[in-house]
Design a protein around this ligand. Sequence first.
Ligand code: BGC
Length: 723
Amino acid sequence: MKIEFNQFDEEMINKEATLMTTGNGYLGVRAVHEEKYRNQDQGFFVRGIFDQTVGTETAELVNLPDITELELRINGEIFSLNSPQITDYQRFLDLSTGELVRSLKWQTEQGDWFKITNKRIVSQKKKEQIAFQLIVEPLSRDCTLSVKAGIDGQVSNGGNQHLIERDLRVYDECVLVADYETIESHLSLGLAMRLNKSGAISAKNRKIQTSIQEACQRKDAFVFEKVVYVYSSLETDDPFKAAKKAAQQEITYEEIAAAAKESWAEFWLAHRVVIDSENAFDQLALDFSCYHLQIMTPDDPQFSVAAKGLTGEGYKGHVFWDTEIFILPFFLHNKPAIAKSLLKYRYFRLAGAKEKARQNDYQGALFPWESALTGYEETPKYAAINIRTGKRQIISSAAAEHHIVADIAYAVMDLYQATADQEFMDQYGKELLKETALFWLSRGVEVNGRIEIHDVIGPDEYTEHVDNNAYTNYLAAHNVRSALEQQVGDPKLHQQFEYFLEHLYLPNINAEGLIPQDDTFLSKPVIDLSTYKEQAGNQLILSDYSRQEVIDQQILKQADLVMLFYLQPYVFDFATIKQNLYYYEDRTIHDSSLSKAIHAIVAARIHEAEWAYEMFQAACKIDLNDLPHTSDEGIHGAALGAVWLAAIFGFAGITKNKVLEINPQLPKAWKRMSFQFHWKGENMAIDLTQDTLVLTKKTKKKLPIVIEGATYSLEEKLEWSRK
Ligand code: BGC
C-alpha cells in the first residue's frame, strides 16, 4: 500500500507533493521536500481558513506558514537532493499507516557518507498535531551537524497575501509559537512547533527559527524532531494560547506515529475495498482513493470538502457538487455520521442560498455553485485572461449550473434511504428538501401548458445556456417529489408540488431512441473528437475552437445524461440506456475528471464489464499517471470518490432503491472483491467472486436483498451463486 517515487525528479516535484499529502480532514500538508527547490509549491491548509484579498474576486483557502522546511548542513556542507552523490534514494507514502518517508545515502564533497531519513505523520485523533523526524547516521566518520527549522510566514496563495503576523515567541528554548490573523476575514491562527533540541533562536522577516549545532559520532544517530500544532479561532477563542499549551507537552515522534498508525489500521480494517485483480494497480488505486477521501473530509458540520481536498490551492478550496454526488456516498456507506455532517454544512448555509435565490428573483434556496465558509456564491466571474485579446471568458456556472440545488436534495434522500434516520430527516433534511423544492417551483416556466426549465448548464460544461437539460429536469422532479413524499410545508404547497410534477417536461426518447440532452443538442453538428478524447483532461478543444464554437456542436466535457442514468437507474430501460450511453460517450471528451468513472458504472450496468473496466482504469489514472503536472494544484477529489463509486455501484453492481439490489459485474481481471457497506443501520460485509456472493452481518434482523432479480432475506449470512 505505497505511493512511491524512488527517484528525485524536479519536474515531478509538485505531483509528488500533491499525491503524498498527509492530513486528517482538519489539516493537510503537501508532501514537499524539507529543502527548498525552485519550483516546489509549499502547501499547508486548515479547513475553513478562508480569506479574500482586496481586489480579488473570491475567498480562497489560505496557504499557511511553512512548517516543513529544514536546512541540514554536515561539516558545513549544505544538503540538497541536487547533489550528485546520492544513492539508495527512496521516498514513499505508506497508505496503510499515513506515514511519509524519505531515506537516502549522501556523500559530501569531502567524501563522507551519511544516511539521512525524514519522516512525517499527521495525527488522526488529535487533529491539530503533525510530527516530523530527521535521522542522520554518519557512516564514515564523526561529524558536525547543523539544522535550521522553524515557522516561515513568507507564504502566499500565488502571490496573494492573507496573513498578518501578530506575534512570534519562544518558550522553554524549544517551543516556537506564531500568531497570525487573516487580513480580511479576521480569523486568528496559532501555530506552535516543539523541537526536541534547543538552539539559537532568531525571528526576522516573518520567520521564527532555531539553529542547532551538534557533534555526532560515527555509528551514532542524530535525531531531530518537530511537533507542530495548529489552532484557529474557528474552534477556540485563543488559538495562540491553545497552540502554545499543546506544544508544552513533551511527546516523541514515535508516540505520535504509533497512535496515528493505530487509527489507520482501524480505518483500513473497516473501510478497505479488497480486490484480487490480475492488475495490482487496481488495488493501489482504490487504496489511494480511500486514503484521500479520508484525509480530505472534515468531520465538523461547519465545513465541507474542497474540490482539491486539503492538497493544493486549486479551485481555491471551494466546495462544489463534487461533495454530495461523488464524495459523500463513500461516507454514507462507511461512516454515515460524516455524510450527515456534510449535509449539515449545507443546512447551516441555507441563509446564503436563500439570499442568492432572492437576488435572482427565485423562491427557496439556490445553493452557490462554489461555496466556502460563508455559504455565499464564490464562483469567480471570469476565467483567466486571454493574453492575446485581453478579454476574459465569463464563467456562467454561478448563473446557470443550478442542478447543484437538486444534487443536494438527492444526497438528502440518498442518506435517508441508506440510514432510515428519521431524526436527521426531521431536523435537517425536510427543510433542505422544502427550500430546494421551492426553488424549482419558481425556476420552472410554463410554456403551452407544460413546465420547462430554461437557460441552464447541466453537468456538461461544454454546453451552456440551454433549455430543458434532461439531467436538471429529472433531478428537479426528484427533488420536488421527495419534498412531497416527506410532506414538507402545508397542503397548499403540496398542491403546488403536485402541479409542478404533473406538468414538468421530462425529455424522453425520440423516434431514434435518443434522449435529447436538452432542446437543441441533437440538432447541433457533430465533429470527430478522437484526438481530443485521446488527450482527455487537457481541454485541448478549447485551443482549437472558441468556447462558443464548442457550445454550438455536439461536444460534451463530461457525463451529463450518463450522470442521470447513474443516479436514477430505474427511469429508463436497459436498451435505452445502452443506446444512449454509446451515443453520448462518443461525443464526450472526458475533459472533466468527474466523467470516466461514472461512465464505467453505467457501462457495467449494461453488462459491458470490459468497457467499464477500461474506463475504470483510465479514471484510476487521473492522478496516478506518469505525467508530471496533472495534479500540481491538488488531487481530483471527486474523481477519487468516483473510483470508489465505480467499484461498488459498477462492478459489485449495487443499486439502491427501497431495497438493495446487487447485480455483480466483475471484470475478467478481478477474481474477488470484498468490502463493507453500511445499509439501514447495519454493517454488511460483501464478498464477491465471478460467480458467487456472500453477505454477512452481525444481527439477525431481516434485510431484503435483490440479487439478479430474485428477492432474498439476509439475516446473519446469505450465500448466493450464479447457476
Ligand atoms: C467540472 C465540474 C466540477 C468542477 C470541480 C469542473 O471542471 O466540470 O463538474 O464540479 O470541475 O471539480
